[in-house]
Design a protein around this ligand. Structure first.
Ligand code: C2E
Ligand code: MG
Ligand code: MG
Length: 622
C-alpha cells in the first residue's frame, strides 16, 4: 500500500472515530500507532498541554517514546513544549549538535534518541499540545513526510477538540440533569425522573413478563402539621418520611417525591400483584408510627393507592394516574384499606376521559387547525419550506398545547385519524401555495412514533401523495429518536417503505435523547433537526459550539442536512450559519402562523426583495 493510501486511510479512520464514541485516549493511541506505520520513524508520542502548561494526557507508541515524553514533562523542557509555545514544527535532525534543549538533549541521547520532529496540535486559535516523532538514527525527514505529519496532527487536534467539547457538555448536562431530576428537599427522584423510570419499567415488564406496580402515597394530616408546628418541622417531617419510605423498599425499587406531601413508590419485577398490596400495607403502618422531629412527636397517617400494570405498552404515566385515582378513592373513604386497581379493567381518570371525548369530536367540529412555521436556508434566508404544527382550540378550555394533545391522541387511538388529517391538510395547503410560486416549497409534517408504527402508515402517506403529481421529496416526515429506539427492526422496515415512496425523513429534536448520530445514521435519514437547546446554550456553554460543529460535520459525512431549531436572535443565526448549518427555523425568522398569514408572507416575499425575514415582519403576522 502506498504511503499516500495509508495516510488517507488513517484520515478516514479518524473521521470514523468521531462518528462513533471517540474517547480522547483512543484517538491519541491510534494517532501514534498509525504514524509510526506510515513515516520513517521509530516511535511517536503525544503530550497534551493545558494553558498553564501542565501536560494532561500522554500517548506513546512504545516504551522508548513514553520515556522521552516523560522526560520532557519532568524537565519542563524539550521540543514538545517548544512546538506548543511557538505553534511551529520543531526539527532536530541530529540531537548530538543540538543546543536548544540543554537538559533534555543529553539525557535523551543517553536513552537512545538520535533525531526528533515535533508538530503542534493546534486548531484555530487553540493550542492543545504536540506530536513528537522520534528516531534512533540521525537524518532529516522529507518535505512530504513533514507535511503528512502536520496533516495528521491537525486532523487529530480537530477531533480532540470535538471530543473534549462533547465530554465537557456531557459533564455539565449531567450535573444539570441530576439537579433537575431530584427533589431538592429530600433528594429523592422527582416527577420527571419517576416518569422516566416508569417508562423503563413498562419496557422491562414487556421483556420479562413481570408486573410493575405504583404506590401513590399522600400524607393525610400534613397540612395540620405544617400549620401547627411551622414549615421547618414540616420540612423535617417530609425528610423523615422519605427516609422511612426508602428503608422499606427492596433493592431496585424507587421512591420519589412528586411535590408537597405526595410520594410515589415504583415496584418492579413483582412475582404476584399481591406483593404490591403487602408493601402498601407495610408503608401504611410504617408511616403511622410517630415521627420525632425537633423533639416533637408528629403523628401522621397516609393514604396509599396501588396500581399494577403488566405487559401493557407505554403504560408508564398511566400507571401513576391510576395509582393517584386509587389513592383518592381511599381518601374519600369509598375504598377498603387501599384500593386495588387493575390496569386492564379500571376506568381512566375523569378529566382525561373528558378531554379525550372532546378530542374525538374536535376534528368533526373544526376545532383543529394547522399552523405553519417557515424553514429558511441558513445562508440566504430564503424560505425553502414550512413545518406544519397542529393546533387545538378547545371551546371552553382554549388552546390545548401539542404536548398534551399528542400523547392524548396516541393513547386514545385517535392519532392515526388526526395525523392523517394533518398530513392531508398540510399537503393541500402546500399545493395551493406552490401554484403561486416559482420555487419549490417543502412541507414538513410531524409523525408520532405510535402513528408511524401503525400498520398501513406508509400506504396512507402514499395515498396523500397520489392526490397530486408533486415530487415526493417535497414532503418531509419528522420523527423523534424514540422511533429508532423503541422497535428498531420494525422502524427500519417502515422507514425503508417511506424511502421507497420517495419522501424525506428527518430526526426531530436531535440531541434530546441519548442515541448517537452514528446509530441514527444506520437508518435512511436525510435531515437532522438540531434541538433548540443547543442553540439556546450558545452563550452559556462554550462547548456547545464545538458540539454543534461536530454534529454538523458528522451529519454531512452521513449525507444528512442539518436544520437548527429555535433560532431566536441574529447572533444565533450567524453562529449556526458559521458552523455549517444548512437551514434554520425559529422565532427570529417567523413564529408559527395560520395558513392565510403564511400565504401573505410568501406573496410579499416574492414581490419584495428582502432576502431575510426580519423579526418585525414575522411579528406582524402572529
Ligand atoms: P417540533 O416538531 O420540534 O416543533 C417545533 C416547536 O418549537 C413548535 O412548538 C414551535 O412553536 C416551537 N418553536 C419554533 N421556533 C421556536 C423558537 O425560536 N423558540 C422556541 N422557544 N420555540 C420555537 P409547538 O407548536 O408547541 O409543538 C411542539 C411539538 O408538538 C412539536 O415539536 C412536535 O413534536 C409536536 N407536534 C406538533 N404538531 C404535531 C403533529 O401534527 N403531529 C405530531 N405527531 N406531533 C406534533
Ligand atoms: Mg417537528
Ligand atoms: Mg423539533
Amino acid at each position: 500500500m502506498s504511503s499516500e493510501q495509508k495516510l488517507s486511510d488513517i484520515l478516514g479512520e479518524f473521521a470514523r472515530t468521531m462518528v462513533t464514541d471517540f474517547p480522547i485516549q483512543s484517538i491519541l493511541d491510534r494517532l501514534v500507532e498509525s504514524i509510526v506505520d506510515i513515516l520513517p520513524i521509530t516511535s511517536a508520542g503525544v503530550t497534551l498541554i493545558s494553558p498553564d502548561a501542565i501536560p494532561r494526557y500522554v500517548a506513546a507508541s512504545d516504551d522508548a517514546a513514553l520515556c522521552f515524553e516523560e522526560l520532557q514533562t519532568e524537565l519542563g523542557e524539550g521540543p514538545c513544549l517548544a512546538a506548543y509555545h511557538t505553534g511551529e514544527a520543531v526539527t532536530v535532525s541530529d540531537l548530538r549538535g543540538e543546543t536548544r534543549f540543554p537538559n533534555f538533549g543529553p539525557r535523551a541521547l543517553v536513552a537512545g534518541l538520535a533525531a526528533v520532529f515535533t508538530f503542534p496540535l493546534r486548531h484555530g486559535d487553540a493550542q492543545l499540545g504536540a506530536l513528537d516523532l522520534y528516531r534512533d538514527t540521525p537524518g532529516t525527514l522529507s518535505h512530504k513526510a513533514m507535511t503528512d505529519a502536520q496533516t495528521l496532527a491537525d486532523v487529530a487536534a480537530a477531533y480532540l477538540l470535538n471530543a473534549q467539547g462533547r465530554a465537557d457538555l456531557l459533564d455539565s448536562t449531567q450535573q444539570a440533569r441530576d439537579a433537575s431530576l431530584h427533589d431538592a428537599l429530600t433528594g429523592l427522584p422527582n416527577r420527571t425522573l419517576i416518569l422516566e423510570r416508569l417508562e423503563h419499567a413498562a419496557l422491562r415488564g414487556q421483556r420479562t413478563g413481570k408486573a410493575a406496580a405504583v404506590l401513590f402515597i399522600d400524607l393525610d394530616r400534613f397540612k395540620v402539621v405544617n400549620d401547627t408546628y411551622g414549615h421547618r418541622v414540616g420540612d423535617e417531617t417530609l425528610i423523615a418520611v422519605s427516609k422511612r419510605l426508602v428503608g422499606l423498599l427492596r433493592p431496585g425499587d424507587t421512591a420519589a417525591r412528586l411535590g408537597g406531601d405526595e410520594f410515589v413508590v415504583l415496584l418492579e419485577d413483582l412475582q404476584a400483584p399481591s406483593e404490591a398490596a403487602a408493601i402498601a400495607a407495610r408503608v401504611k403502618s410504617a408511616l403511622a408510627r410517630p415521627f420525632v422531629v425537633s423533639g416533637i412527636d408528629v403523628h401522621m397517617t397516609a393514604s396509599v393507592g396501588v396500581a399494577v400494570g403488566k405487559d401493557s405498552s407505554g403504560t408508564g404515566a398511566w400507571l401513576l394516574d391510576d395509582a393517584d385515582a386509587a389513592m383518592y378513592r381511599e381518601k374519600r373513604g369509598d375504598g377498603h384499606d387501599h384500593r386495588f386497581l387493575n390496569l386492564h379493567k379500571q376506568h381512566l381518570a375523569e378529566h382525561r376521559v373528558a378531554l379525550e371525548r372532546d378530542l374525538h369530536w374536535a376534528l368533526g367540529r373544526g376545532e383543529l387547525h394547522t399552523e405553519y412555521q417557515p424553514i429558511v436556508a441558513a445562508a440566504s434566508g430564503r424560505i425553502t419550506g414550512v413545518e406544519a404544527l397542529l393546533r387545538w382550540v378547545h371551546p371552553t378550555q382554549g388552546p390545548v398545547s401539542p404536548a398534551t394533545l399528542i400523547p392524548l391522541a396516541e393513547q386514545s387511538g385517535l392519532i392515526a385519524e388526526i395525523g392523517q388529517w394533518v398530513l392531508e391538510q398540510a399537503w393541500a395547503d402546500r399545493h395551493r401555495w406552490q401554484s403561486q410560486s416559482e420555487d419549490d416549497l417543502a412541507m414538513s409534517v410531524n409523525v408520532s412514533a405510535r402513528q408511524l408504527m401503525l400498520a398501513g402508515f406508509a400506504a396512507s402517506v402514499a395515498a396523500v401523495l397520489a392526490t397530486d403529481h408533486t415530487d415526493p421529496r417535497l414532503l418531509t416526515l419528522e420523527m423523534t429518536e424514540s422511533v429508532f429506539v423503541r422497535d428498531s427492526d420494525r422502524a427500519l422496515v417502515v422507514l425503508n417503505d417511506l424511502k421507497d415512496i420517495g419522501v424525506m425523513l428527518a430526526i426531530d429534536d436531535f440531541g434530546t435523547g441519548y442515541s448517537s448520530l452514528s446509530y441514527l445514521g444506520q437508518f435512511p435519514v436525510d435531515i437532522v433537526k438540531l434541538d433548540r437547546s443547543f442553540v439556546a446554550d450558545f452563550e452559556r456553554v462554550v462547548a456547545s459550539h464545538t458540539v454543534v460543529s461536530a454534529v454538523i460535520q458528522l451529519a454531512h459525512d452521513l449525507n444528512m442536512t442539518v436544520v437548527a431549531e429555535g433560532v431566536e436572535t441574529e447572533e444565533q443565526h450567524l453562529e449556526v450559519t458559521r458552523l455549517g448549518c444548512d437551514s434554520c427555523q425559529g422565532f427570529y425568522f417567523a413564529r408559527p402562523m395560520g395558513a392565510p398569514n403564511l400565504e401573505t408572507l410568501m406573496r410579499e416575499r416574492i414581490d419584495g426583495a428582502d432576502p431575510r425575514l426580519p423579526l418585525a415582519v414575522a411579528a406582524s403576522f402572529t
